[in-house]
Design a binder for this molecule. Structure first.
Ligand SMILES: [Zn+2]
Ligand SMILES: [Zn+2]
Length: 108
């Protein structure tokens, strides 16, 4: 007696099942199953098992995006900081220049 012989592949209704996936308990033909960690499982379950690293990668990408945003913010801050330092390092005599006197004169 063999119930397996009467079973058909879940994906190929014309093919006889040769293996039963221990995870989803469905029957599959030789083409639809694959060996994974000493277990014969179906392609759908293999995808489900190997999906986790992909999800991790997506999270890593999110972290990378966050890092890129932080780096961009840091870069912008450094630019402002450098610009501020440059303005401070400009000699005081510059502010006594005629440029400022002219501008105040124009406003009056
Ligand atoms: Zn399965
Ligand atoms: Zn099949």
């Amino acid at each position: 007696m063999s119930t397996l012989q009467k079973q058909r592949c879940l994906n190929h209704s014309v093919r006889e099942a040769v293996a039963r996936c221990p995870l989803c308990t469905q029957y599959f033909c030789r083409e639809c199953v694959t060996e994974h960690e000493d277990r014969v499982i179906c392609a759908a379950c293999l995808r489900r098992l190997t999906f986790k690293p992909a999800a991790k990668k997506r999270n890593l990408a999110g972290v990378k995006r966050l890092m890129a945003g932080a780096c961009g913010f840091l870069l912008a801050w450094m630019m402002f900081y450098t610009a501020g330092r440059m303005l401070l390092s400009i000699p005081a005599e510059f502010h006594d220049g005629s440029v400022w006197k002219l501008s105040t004169f124009d406003q009056e």
